[in-house]
Write a protein that binds this ligand. Structure first.
Ligand code: ADP
Ligand code: MG
Length: 253
């Protein structure tokens, strides 16, 4: 892809946050957040602990309400509640730090549950699609096992397959590798990198610089509830502009 096409300017806007504010009591956790993520774009969000990264993800998925501003997905404002919310939420896949698989369901059932229950996909069809996705993330041979029988890295790849089964328009990842043993981090990042290269729109909270360099179109640096800085990964890592970003990078690099 030509570098000049890699900012959101060249893409159809898919996720648009416009002056989003949120408080937790006195804490102004999201401060006037403006962010546009284009279709097929991969945005990595980084920043110190407590800067609002998870709240931002949760707001995009409407797991948190916002005080003012707006969030839209593919041109439709996210509703507060009701049926429309369930439909829109299915368009946003989310993968968390903890894998959150259903412990008493098999791997295959974990992946087919949403499509069968929410999207009313016939079981046979849902299972065929689930097997294709499990194949894609490299765990098809584990389909009949239960989550506890899998390694953390395998469980996280199942969680990705489970999200993909809902055919989301955008995937949110909130520190998907930070609970994993070091030797399992790459197997998850590799799946995410191939998703990125296949054109999935992704918002990824991670401190994995290698992933950001390989897969991200843009890095968004958050501090104290604000977007302090945005740049292409190479530019951000080699030439951060704000003092906060310089200070943060000096601690993690
Ligand atoms: P990050 O993901 O960047 O570490 P978070 O979005 O999790 O940051 O949290 C941002 C701030 O909001 C933190 O100070 C956190 O303690 C606070 N916070 C998060 N969730 C809640 C909540 N449900 N109620 C009150 N405070 C919260
Ligand atoms: Mg967080």
């Amino acid at each position: 892809m030509d570098e000049s096409q890699r900012s959101d300017g060249g893409h159809r806007p898919l996720v648009v946050l416009d002056k989003v504010n949120k408080h937790f009591g006195d804490l102004h956790v999201l401060q006037n957040i403006d962010l546009t993520v284009g279709e097929g774009e991969v945005v990595v969000v980084i920043g110190p602990s407590g800067s609002g990264k998870s709240t931002l993800c949760r707001a995009i998925n409407r797991l948190e309400t916002i005080d003012d501003g707006s969030i839209s997905l593919d041109g439709v404002a996210l509703p507060e509640e009701g049926r429309a919310l369930a439909t829109l939420r299915a368009d946003v896949g989310m993968v968390f730090q903890s894998f959150n698989l259903f412990a008493h369901k098999t791997i295959l059932e974990n992946v087919t549950l949403g499509p069968i229950k929410v999207k009313k996909v016939p079981r046979k069809e849902a299972e065929a699609e689930a097997m294709r996705l499990l194949e894609r993330v490299g765990v098809a041979n584990q389909a009949q096992k239960y989550p506890a029988q899998l390694s953390g890295g395998q469980q996280q790849r199942v969680a990705i397959a489970r999200s993909l089964a809902m055919k989301p328009k955008v995937m949110l990842f909130d520190e998907p590798t930070s609970a994993l043993d070091p030797e399992m981090i790459n197997e998850v990042l590799d799946v995410m990198t191939s998703l990125a290269h296949e054109g999935m729109t992704m918002i990824v909270v991670t401190h994995e610089m290698g992933f950001a360099r390989k897969a991200a179109n843009r890095v968004v640096f958050m501090a104290d509830g604000r977007i302090e800085e945005e740049a292409q990964p190479e530019e951000f890592f080699t030439n951060p502009k704000s003092e906060r970003a310089k200070d943060f990078l000096s601690k993690i690099l």
